[in-house]
Design a protein around this ligand. Structure first.
Ligand SMILES: Nc1ncnc2c1ncn2[C@@H]1O[C@H](COP(=O)(O)OP(=O)(O)O)[C@@H](O)[C@H]1O
Ligand SMILES: [Mg+2]
Length: 430
């Protein structure tokens, strides 16, 4: 018979070996770097200008970054920083290449969420983040999923749970409890709010002292940062139930929202959440912090079925929260939670498949205007680039059939353009 003690022994054994095993299985090429982009990509795909116009401008304006020239001299290859410098310095027909951003607003927050595993959430989040960065936006991604697919794809493999959404929640619990206790003792005028104790076992983790920036990590993309996740962060679901018990007035679902409120309005343009395939403390934090829900769904009947149950459960969970804060004002959060937009995005779609087309039509019948017009197509390019933990944008088109790469990229580009349209329309509403 085996008890928790045996499990703990097995874990201790594994931890002792962990760094050795990592060394054995780690190769330096696992450190993620970002490739350069060819003048063809920069002009036609990124800036959407004529290639000869672009070459002409480079020749005429020597203070523009010129990229690296291929040995055979045909193509120039530009780094992301050079692309962004070009974007700042160049105007085409007196028009800026900078992406639109409403003045005086904080970054827009979009959650890619569904309860179904394998719906394509992480793939969508990764590609939207890369498309947005190539479009000139500064992006922060938050990985709410302890499966950490997005963190791994962004090159973060060695993450401690303190620096995940779990850490943000535990830190928030400590800070909010202190705030409430201070308010309770400050208001001597007859308030009878109980003081809440946070046990030393939680305070001593030192999370209360973590600084805001400690949670944010850089990636191989200079304009994409990440709050990563890791397997150990799965613990949050279990611990959070206990935390709520410690302080029932703590608005546990608003921890990440409060954290993000602490960022400078102009630190980022877009904040993207990748959500776990379950309703729980982490996904409720994601949903609550989001201005817009982007709900990917595959083209099968069961995926339609589970998407339906997702919005049903979410509706119930959000309704439960709407009465929160009656005993203690929950700070600057406002209830009930309202989204500036809710969108459905079909993924892994095969245009030639009658069943997929029928399912897409059914989605449109049911969810109407909320359904994105351009589904993300099923493509081998995602499998191929995914093998290198990369997006279609990151993989060099010379490493696969150009037509396969081109079609896949076009599908993600269309989905991104539509996403961007929704973001810009919704941004004004926040
Ligand atoms: N458009 C696509 N074409 C081909 N394969 C895809 C596509 N989108 C997702 N996949 C594959 O489906 C699997 C699940 O996708 P993922 O994005 O990890 O889903 P989730 O995050 O919802 O669990 C992955 O193996 C991924 O490579
Ligand atoms: Mg995922």
């Amino acid at each position: 018979m085996y008890t928790h003690e045996d499990l703990a022994r097995l874990q201790a054994q594994s931890l002792k070996m962990q760094s050795w095993i990592r060394q054995q299985t780690f190769s330096p090429e696992n450190i993620k770097t970002l490739r350069r982009f060819s003048s063809w990509e920069v002009s036609e795909l990124i800036f959407q200008i004529n290639q000869s116009t672009f070459r002409g401008r480079l020749a005429a304006e020597p203070d523009l970054p010129g990229g690296e020239v291929e040995p055979d001299g045909r193509q120039r290859w530009f780094s992301l920083d050079e692309i962004n410098e070009l974007r700042r310095k160049m105007k085409i027909n007196r028009k800026t290449l900078m992406p639109p951003r409403p003045a005086g607003k904080r970054a827009f927050r979009a959650a890619v969420a569904n309860f179904k595993g394998g719906a394509g959430k992480s793939t969508v989040a990764l590609h939207l983040a890369h498309a947005a960065a190539l479009d000139g936006y500064r992006v922060l991604v938050v990985d709410f999923d302890p499966q950490a697919t997005l963190s791994h794809s962004m090159g973060l493999t060695d993450v401690a749970e303190d620096y995940t959404v779990w850490g943000i929640m535990a830190r928030d619990l400590i800070r909010e409890t202190d705030r409430m206790n201070a308010a309770a003792s400050g208001a001597a005028s007859g308030t009878t709010l109980p003081r809440r104790q946070i046990p030393g076992s939680i305070r001593d983790l030192g999370l209360g002292e973590l600084r805001h920036g400690d949670f944010i990590k850089t990636t191989a993309w200079s304009t994409i940062d990440i709050i990563p996740s890791c397997a150990n962060a799965a613990f949050v679901e279990f611990a959070s139930a206990q935390y709520r018990h410690l302080n029932p007035e703590w608005s546990f679902f608003a921890a990440v929202s409060r954290y993000l409120d602490g960022l400078g309005d102009d630190d980022y343009d877009l904040i993207l959440f990748d959500c776990p395939p379950a309703i729980g403390y982490q996904s409720m934090n994601a949903v609550f912090a989001a201005d817009m829900l982007y709900i990917p769904s595959g083209p099968g009947y069961w995926e339609y079925d589970s998407t339906t149950s997702f919005i049903g459960q979410l509706a119930e969970a959000l309704e439960d929260l709407s009465g929160f804060g009656a005993t203690f004002p929950a700070g600057k959060i406002s209830l009930p939670k309202a989204f500036a937009d809710v969108r459905f995005l079909m993924t892994r779609y095969e245009p030639g498949n009658d069943l997929h087309r029928a399912m897409f039509e059914a989605f449109r019948k049911v969810f109407g205007e909320h359904v994105a017009e351009h589904p993300i197509e099923m493509t081998r390019a995602v499998e191929q680039s995914g093998r290198f933990l990369s997006s279609v944008y990151e993989i060099d088109y010379r490493e696969m059939t150009r037509e396969t790469w081109r079609r896949a990229r076009a599908s993600f580009d269309r989905a991104y353009e539509e996403f961007k349209g929704s973001v810009i329309a919704a941004w004004d509403r926040i």
